[in-house]
Design a protein around this ligand. Sequence first.
Ligand code: IPE
Ligand code: IPE
Ligand code: MG
Length: 255
Amino acid sequence: MIAKPDVVTEPGQKATCLPGGLRHVGVIMDGNGRWAQARGLSRTEGHRHGLDSLRRMIRHSVAIGLRFVTVYSFSSENWNRPETEVSFLMALLRRFVQRDLSEIHQANVKIRVIGDRETLEPGIRQLLVDAEELTRDNTGMTLVVAFNYGSRDEITRAVRTLAKKVEAGQINPVDITGDMIGEELDTAGIPDPDLIIRTSGEMRLSNFLMWQAAYSEFYFCQCHWPDFDEVEFDRALADYAGRERRFGGLKAKAL
Ligand code: IPE
Ligand code: IPE
Ligand code: MG
């Protein structure tokens, strides 16, 4: 069971126990395939173990009082993988929602899905809608699942929506602000990630939260996603605690 967090905060409030006002962690769960290959297993075995790792991370995030966790589960470019692997990943999402949803709901976690749903199979689309519906009034952590997600696609869709509003005469192009763009993104209403963790040694965003990560801190670790545990997570949070975020300004003591 996922334990209820010690520190209960309402949405919008800061969890006071976390360093540097840390509220939102984004995770690029990478390295499932390499983890499996290093053990002579199939890549799909790696994804299976990756799901265990995800469960562990959600439980830990709830326990320490994080407000938002965004997990990169399937990118808009992951369709370029062999059909068997893509089908397996779709089945894994189904399994995750079907098996874990009640536990997630009981832990007062709200689910939000970002990414393009239109191109997903209707059954999966419905499953995601149902998960969001069931948990919509939960007031604990928000688990943002990035599925069939890519920043370029997200921004393109947002631009289309704004262009339609311009076409309809609802807004004037000169009045478009960054905030208005943010409100058209899938992540509308979700604070930008404070910290983005990527496992498996790759040091790139791979189309993850490019707009939202403008001032995020980054943490890269060598371990593959299936090996990512509470100790690794705490290590990332401790590293974040030592960072100084300036957002283009100056250190408080320099003012
Ligand atoms: C991350 O692991 C999971 C997904 C992208 C769905 P990978 O499958 O990318 O594993 P590597 O990077 O090939 O080892
Ligand atoms: C990013 O990992 C996508 C997910 C973790 C879901 P990839 O493995 O797809 O990224 P690249 O291809 O190495 O950049
Ligand atoms: Mg990868």
